[in-house]
Each structure stands twice: as C-alpha cells, then as structure tokens.
Write a protein that binds this ligand. Structure first.
Ligand code: GLU
Length: 291
C-alpha cells in the first residue's frame, strides 16, 4: 500500500487562528491514524503581504500546538522557476492570455455594463468575473502592448480549456472527517471565469502553485477548509492540462467566530498567539475546535 501524504499549507500573511489550528490538527490526526506523512508548505507567493515575521509566528504556533511535520518545509517563494515552467506549457498550449485591465478598469467596465441594465456575473466568492475584452485582442495588439511593457497577468481561457477537454471533470471528495467514504463531485471551473494563472509580478497564482506543489510533494490527500471547495474545480481543470496526478480531497467545516462569521487573520481574540498568552492550553484549543 502506498503511503498516504497529507499537508498543511498556511499563508504567512497574518497570524494563525482557531480555524488554522483545526485544519493543522485534523491533518495531523489523519496522518497519524493512517500511518501517513504530514508535510508543511508555506504559501508565500505574495511576497508583499507575507513576511518572515509572520512565518516565524506560524512555525511557533504549530510547534506550540504539538503539530509535527516531515522536513524539509516547502516554501513557495523559493520555487518560482518550477511554476514558470508549468506556466510556459499553458502559454504554448494557448490556454492562457495576457490580461491587461487594472482593477480600476475592471470596475469601470462592469459599472458601465450594469448601468445599461446588465447584471454582471460573479464567481462563487462574489467577485465579478473578468471582462471578455482582452481575450478577444488580436495577437498583434497583444504583442505591441507587451513590447511596450504594459503590465499584465496571465488568465486562463476557461471556455477554451473546458471545450478542449471535451468531457465533464470530477474530483473525489471524502464525506467526513474519518475519510471512510467518498463521493464524486462535478468540477465547475466556468463558475470562476478566466481565473488568474500568473499574477502581474510573479509567474504563478494560488491555483497554479497549489496543484504543482501537491503533485511535486506527492500529496495524496488534500484536507483543507470548505471555503476552497468550489475552487477545486479550477484546480482539477489545470491538473488535467498539466498531466498532474489528482489527490483526493476533504473540505472540512470552518470554525466560526462568535458572530457566526468565518474567522479572519485580523480577528485578534481567536488568534493562537493571543490565546496562548491568555493562558489557554493546547487541550483548550482542541476542545474549542471540537477535536
Ligand atoms: N494557503 C491557503 C490558505 O492559507 C490554503 C491552500 C490550500 O490548502 O489549498 O488559505
């Protein structure tokens, strides 16, 4: 039997909170129960928001919680060349296009369209989809704008990609925390529109880096929050084009704050460092997250 491999993949752009504690402890528990491995990946492609201080805090919090992982830790900011190689494949396959619109231009385009009575489609997170104009730019115009150093991101041409696959894609999702049963979930990448595959300043985005790393690290089981459930459809589509193996997924419940809302990294009192200073024990944390 092959060794099951789990991972915890925090972004060091703030302090860990109870939601992260639940995710890390659940991954650890599953790795232990299944005699598997637990890896740690630091998702720091956003080099402006992620800092060494936050990373040090993440490691300290995890150690305090008693979470252990197999070394080495993979730090995404050290692997841009690997993402670039995969991005180049998507460029060669003509599955991505340069998207030049700034946030302000996108907003203005959508406001203008909505003024004329058209409801603009939004992704499952409520973010308006990227306007179609750049997809239709003639090659000559694209080349001219790139030659003039106009900033751009690479976006996936999702309709073209789905059409090229030519069949429905699905992923395997576990039904509960014990990983005892699975079901097949239909991937709906088009719900997200033309997602960013590489940001303006770096050769990757969250979606690309996460699937490349899960494959390179041999992750067999992706256990992460419910907030990433439908994003899995986009990741499944990219895996298909890059010929990457597909892990099985479990999207776990989210720990909610007293106001019933998802925790954020700015919510101080559910931060692990604050709880520790206030005298909470790791058993208290386990109880608070229901583990
Ligand atoms: N880095 C992501 C986060 O902190 C998690 C990505 C994943 O588990 O796929 O939300």
């Amino acid at each position: 039997m092959t060794l099951l491999t789990f991972r915890f993949a925090p972004s060091p752009n703030g302090e860990l909170h109870l939601g992260h504690a639940y995710s890390a402890l659940l991954n650890q528990k599953l790795a232990e129960t299944h005699d598997g491995r637990l890896l740690l990946r630091i998702e720091d492609i956003d080099t402006t928001r992620c800092t060494p201080q936050f990373e040090a805090g993440v490691l300290a919090d995890l150690k305090w919680l008693g979470v252990g992982w197999e070394e080495p830790v993979r730090r995404q900011s050290e692997h841009f060349a690997e993402y670039q190689a995969q991005l180049d494949r998507l460029i060669r396959e003509d599955l991505v296009y340069p998207a030049f619109m700034s946030r302000g231009e996108i907003r203005a385009f959508i406001a203008d369209s909505e003024k004329r009575g058209r409801d603009w489609p939004r992704d499952p997170d409520g973010v308006p989809l990227y306007p179609p104009s750049d997809k239709a730019l003639p090659v000559k115009e694209r080349k001219r704008r790139i030659a003039e150093n106009e900033p751009f991101a690479w976006r996936l041409n999702v309709d073209a990609a789905v059409a090229r696959v030519g069949r429905d894609l699905a992923w395997t999702e576990f039904s509960d925390e014990t990983l005892s049963a699975t079901r097949s979930v239909e991937a709906r990448p088009q719900d997200w529109g033309d997602v960013i595959v590489a940001r303006r300043d770096i050769p990757t985005s969250y979606h690309l880096a996460v699937i490349v790393d899960d494959a390179l690290q041999g992750v067999s089981h992706v256990v992460r929050g419910q907030d990433l459930f439908s994003a899995t459809g986009v990741q499944r589509l990219l895996q298909e084009f890059l010929g990457l193996p597909q892990p099985a997924y479990f999207h776990h419940r989210l720990i909610l704050g007293p106001d019933g809302r998802k925790l954020s990294k700015s919510l101080g009192d559910t931060g692990l460092a604050k709880l520790r200073v206030a005298g909470a024990s790791t058993d208290d944390v386990r109880r608070m997250v229901g583990l």
